[in-house]
Design a protein around this ligand. Structure first.
Ligand SMILES: Cc1ncc(COP(=O)(O)O)c(C=O)c1O
Length: 365
């Protein structure tokens, strides 16, 4: 079976170091908010290039906490993309804000910044650009469009280590939210998330709000919740962070192989935006025809693929909000599919996958 993402391969490669840190944490008696969380926050902030990093329980919580500490309140409008994972939307809803959707570009699948100004109103308080599949939105250009007072929260859940003009995704906005869900480029063995920012007051507030609003054992200063990163996940993530650049480089080699082996007129890969070194969190292509039949044929050959995303999220049953005209996202969702992609995937699997796709199209005339 060729999985779209095989997490056991990564564990096998780093199991010795991971087993050791897990044992160390278990023997230490410190299980939440201990030395590993603190060290990982410093290491991750240094990696991304921000002054502060605040660990939380998930990427969704990182988005919610960042919106909260950025001062987004009920009724505020927050602009984002309809072509993203549901949590981008859930977080905006959770703080009571009103999501406003801007359609995507047909080839990069990122928010179309040329349509952003038209979506702004007097109630626009924030924009959440999503660095989808590890391609990076031009946030400096976005800043020029929205001006200095609108808050920018980068959704970096899929963008660990991706860069724009030499700088890491996550340094451009007022704050950024990362997820360490197991399948992410930097993945834990459970849930985890991180807020990064250069804003000291924001970091301080996020730090207290993640633990009931407390700043010390006997003092709480504001409203808060419980969203902590635990020591086991932090210790595991510290090990994996040391390999993140190498793992992303391997993903780029896999992407280059697909590009060489597949016909771009039939399987058109996501266009990488100018100045971006992507992390290929997902290797997404637009399939010119018969996508669903291709997915079934690959499945019969033991090759797992996936559709990210089957529809703009405004078409989901749980969506609560206004209707938007999103023709590009709708069209992309009908053609897009994700091929097997993870750093440890054997080259032979990549060749088998490409051969199966080519064989399908040679017989489908
Ligand atoms: C774009 C995007 N935003 C937010 C999230 C939420 O992260 P988590 O699953 O850690 O809550 C995810 C991951 O699922 C994601 O892909």
């Amino acid at each position: 079976m060729i999985w779209r993402c095989d997490l056991t391969a990564q564990y096998a490669e780093h199991s010795e170091a991971i087993d050791r840190v897990i044992r160390d944490v278990l023997q230490s008696g410190r299980y939440v908010h201990g030395p590993n969380v603190e060290a990982f926050e410093h290491e991750f902030a240094a990696y991304v290039g921000t002054k502060y990093a605040v660990g939380v329980n998930s990427g969704t919580d990182a988005l919610i906490m960042a919106l909260w500490t950025l001062g987004i309140r009920p009724g505020d409008e927050v602009i984002t993309t309809p072509f993203t994972a549901i949590p981008t939307y859930s977080a905006i809803r959770h703080v009571g804000a009103v999501p406003v959707f801007v359609d995507i570009e047909p080839d990069t699948f990122l928010m179309d910044l040329s349509k952003l100004a038209a979506a702004m109103t007097a109630k626009t308080r924030a924009v959440v650009p999503v660095h989808l599949f590890g391609n990076v939105v031009d946030v400096p250009r976005l800043r020029e469009i929205v001006g200095p007072t609108v808050r920018i929260l980068e959704d970096c859940a899929q963008a660990h280590g991706a860069t724009l003009r030499g700088q890491q995704a996550g340094v451009f906005g007022d704050a950024a939210a990362f997820s360490f869900y197991p399948t992410k480029n930097l993945g834990a063995y459970g849930d985890g998330g991180m807020i990064v920012t250069n804003d000291e007051a924001l970091a301080r507030s996020a730090r207290s709000r993640r633990m009931y609003g407390m700043v010390s054992k006997d003092e709480f200063v504001e409203d808060g919740i419980n969203t902590r990163l635990d020591e086991l996940q932090a210790a595991i993530l510290r090990v994996k962070l040391r390999h993140l650049d190498a793992m992303n480089a391997r993903r780029r080699v896999v992407a280059a192989s697909y590009e060489e082996l597949l016909n771009p007129a039939i399987m058109t890969p996501q266009r990488v935006s100018a100045g971006v070194v992507p992390n290929f969190h997902v290797y997404a292509s637009l399939c010119a025809r018969n996508r669903d039949a291709l997915i079934d044929a690959l499945d019969r050959d033991g090759i797992q693929t996936n559709i990210y995303y089957p529809m703009p999220l405004t078409e989901q049953k749980g969506y609560r909000g206004a209707a938007f005209s999103l023709p590009v996202a709708t069209d992309v969702s009908r053609h897009i599919m994700a091929l097997p992609m993870y750093p440890e995937i054997p080259e032979e699997y990549v060749r088998q996958t490409a051969a199966a796709i080519n064989a399908f199209f040679s017989s489908d005339k």
